[in-house]
Design a protein around this ligand. Structure first.
Ligand SMILES: *[C@@H]1O[C@H](CO)[C@@H](O)[C@H](O)[C@H]1NC(C)=O
Ligand SMILES: *[C@@H]1O[C@H](CO)[C@@H](O)[C@H](O)[C@H]1NC(C)=O
Length: 520
């Protein structure tokens, strides 16, 4: 169900405040403003500039300023901006102009598009064009993370593409350190560059934790000494799905307050699990894997940046659809910093990008319902901040819509920024508006009762996904919290998809009970 745009607007402008000249640090698992100590939640989108032309995608379709404003208006406060190492280390590449780069590749249509939409960029060198995009994002109050995505300009990533791990054909560790140093130095005076992602998706037959510690620590030190302001962001092994080795041995660095880890997860990370199981079971298994391989870092006091996740926006990839609600539930519960893959509506050298936030014309969101879902992730539920509520409470989050149980009568879904605070008592009752929740029949609206009375329903999180909020009717029949899709009203229904039926979609009954410290 899609909210009318009117309801959505205040929520798009509400969060993701910032920037111009901010320096970020870490405080335990939170990324905070170094000056004020308040949380800055990274709500980023990936913008690709590492493919063969080495020019930010989309500039043949829209002026850079229009794209930046669009990013901002969709509620993002940050871009993970990709670059190939050779842009920093190969002066002959860096000094090629945008025009020459497109001519060399025979991309004449794209070239005339750039002439029409971005005439001020077309005769810049590739490195100056890259800088121009970073500056324009700054002008639009958007933070930038520089992501070294590959060495040679090309699509990423395969196990055997020679770009995967230190020592591979195109991955000389010394050249990498030199490139990182040059890039960190060059962008030292760009106030909106707040982080560097040292290398995307380490992988391949050479990967191993020993070399990972050795080289990543060296890379981190090099970046930090060239530019001590930026966050240093480290990718895991196996396409950045595995940081599990950090359980036994922490990273050792000479500086503190700047280290962030990044992780990636797509449905195709776990194809067999999503294809082979009911959605509740698949979700439960994948969430366990994510926590084991990366999520544990939060408890160890490190920020974890989910710097790539994404789905086919057309909504017809079954595994993507199964995965999305599950992952959004986790991201909201853990209140993760994130970067969606990808902003890109289409590529100069590839076809249309169906995972792209923008359509092929780079004009409008490809799927406005998706933006609603992700707007809940742009909102910071927790962490040091100015709207901190004295008491921690809970909010009931509904991943399928990206909405929360809201201040309304009857109980309905609405923006999480206006969520109804909820208290979960030890006796399993849920308290909203100083009353407990009562259930008394199928398909009925929730009622309220006096706290402590026998009629108060006792709730459990059930099913393999642990996302069904279930209580029992007075005759013992279990019911689950659900959403009436025509009215967005919270109701109870019989619990669905608890078996392992692969074709059953439980998502209307999926809720996460999320910790929040925000005054709503
Ligand atoms: C450097 O860039 C130039 C121009 O793109 C290219 O011809 C050359 O092969 C590159 N050198 C290396 C070592 O990659
Ligand atoms: C989704 O739909 C498009 C066209 O509507 C089609 O080309 C594509 O193959 C479909 N994808 C899947 C996974 O079915």
């Amino acid at each position: 169900m899609l909210l009318p745009l009117l309801l959505l607007l205040p929520l798009l402008t509400h969060h993701a405040k910032l920037v111009s000249g901010v320096s970020l640090s870490t405080n335990a698992r939170w990324i905070v403003d170094s000056q004020t100590g308040k949380r800055v939640k990274l709500a980023c989108v990936n913008w690709v500039s590492h493919l063969e032309p080495v020019v930010a995608e989309g500039l043949s379709k829209q002026p850079v300023d229009v794209i930046s404003m669009k990013i901002r208006s969709m509620g993002f406060n940050c871009v993970r901006f990709t670059w190939p190492l050779l842009l920093a280390t190969n002066d002959s590449l860096a000094s090629t102009t945008v025009r020459q780069s497109f001519q060399r590749l025979g991309l004449m249509d794209a070239l005339s598009g750039i002439q029409a939409n971005n005439p001020s960029i077309i005769d810049l060198t590739l490195i100056k064009a890259f800088e121009a995009v970073v500056s324009n994002l700054g002008d639009n109050n958007i933070m930038v993370i520089l992501d070294n995505h590959v060495t040679k300009p090309e699509w990423c990533c395969n196990n055997d593409d020679g770009n995967g791990f230190f020592g591979d054909q195109f991955f000389n560790p010394d050249l990498w350190i030199e490139g990182l140093t040059r890039m960190a130095t060059r962008f030292k005076d760009f106030p909106n560059v707040i982080g560097m992602s040292l290398r995307n998706e380490l992988r391949g037959p050479r990967q191993n934790p020993n070399d990972w510690y050795n080289y990543m620590q060296n890379g981190a030190e090099a970046v930090h000494s060239a530019n001590p302001k930026v966050l240093v962001i480290l990718s895991g092994l196996s396409f950045d799905t595995d940081l599990g080795f950090l359980k036994n041995k922490p990273v050792s660095l000479s500086f503190t307050g700047k280290l962030v880890f990044e992780m990636h997860r797509y449905s195709f990370t776990d194809t067999a699990i999503w294809s082979g199981n009911g959605v509740n079971e698949a979700c439960g298994r994948v969430l366990n894997l994510v926590m084991e391989s990366a999520g544990f870092l939060l408890e160890k006091g490190y920020p974890l940046f989910m710097s790539e996740f994404g789905v086919d926006m057309r909504g017809n990839n079954t595994n993507d659809d199964r995965y999305l609600n599950c992952l959004v539930g986790l991201a909201a519960e853990l209140d993760l910093d994130f970067a969606y893959w990808t902003l890109v509506g289409d590529y100069y050298t590839r076809s249309e990008e169906f995972y792209g936030i923008l359509d092929g014309d780079w004009r409008e969101p490809r799927n406005p319902g998706f933006l609603q879902k992700i707007s809940s992730l742009q909102y910071a539920f927790q962490g040091p901040g100015e709207d901190e509520y004295p008491k921690q409470h809970k909010v009931l989050f509904h991943p399928a819509t990206g909405l929360c149980v809201h201040r309304s009568q009857p109980l309905q879904l609405g923006p999480c920024s206006q969520a109804l605070p909820c208290v979960a008592l030890n006796d399993k009752t849920l308290i909203l508006r100083r009353h407990c929740l009562v259930v008394d029949d199928f398909g009925k609206r929730i009622k309220f009762g006096a706290i402590g009375r026998k009629e108060c329903a006792k709730w459990d999180m059930i099913s393999d996904s642990k996302m069904h909020l279930s209580a029992k009717l007075s005759d013992g029949t279990p019911v689950c919290l659900d959403v009436d899709s025509s009215t967005s009203t919270i109701v109870t229904n019989s619990c669905k998809c608890l078996g392992n039926d692969k074709n059953c979609d439980p998502s209307s009954q999926w809720f996460k009970v999320i910790d929040s410290t925000r005054r709503t």
